[in-house]
Design a binder for this molecule. Structure first.
Ligand SMILES: [Zn+2]
Length: 136
């Protein structure tokens, strides 16, 4: 067996392991309810902490995605308008894909670092750095 074949075999051996590591990441879920003309996310602070992201960053993202003003109230987030929990969690998933999971290895052990006005996601697991979109 030549080296190339060996390499291929090793690559295939590693695949299932990597996939299972990825699935170990547990996507947090918002718990919300509608009150009058507002939507309250009860566990907003916990979700931000689980993702190790600033509450304000996550709030800005949701506010923009849903085109609704939002404010933080202790551990809760209050959004204007009525938003179904399922929709909120779809936006959360989008946030996690864009701002939490490493683009290279898929792990959640990342930090957001801003340098010269550009924000990067830096991965503690593999060292990859990739630029992320700024939320205006
Ligand atoms: Zn990585």
């Amino acid at each position: 067996m030549d080296n190339y074949e060996k390499l291929l075999q090793n690559a295939f051996k590693e695949l299932p392991e990597k996939a299972s590591e990825k699935s170990r990441f547990k996507m947090p879920k918002f718990e919300s309810f509608i009150q009058g003309n507002q939507t309250i996310i009860q566990n907003f602070g916990d979700v931000a902490a689980a993702l190790r992201r600033e509450e304000k960053h996550l709030m800005k993202f949701l506010s923009k995605e849903l085109a609704s003003p939002a404010s933080i109230d202790g551990k809760r987030l209050i959004l204007k308008g009525k938003h179904r929990e399922k929709m909120l969690n779809e936006r959360l998933e989008k946030y996690v894909k864009s701002y939490v999971l490493c683009k290279e290895c898929g792990k959640p052990d990342t930090n957001l670092v801003t340098q010269n006005g550009v924000t990067f996601m830096r991965c503690e697991a593999c060292g990859a750095r990739s630029p992320v979109a700024v939320i205006k």
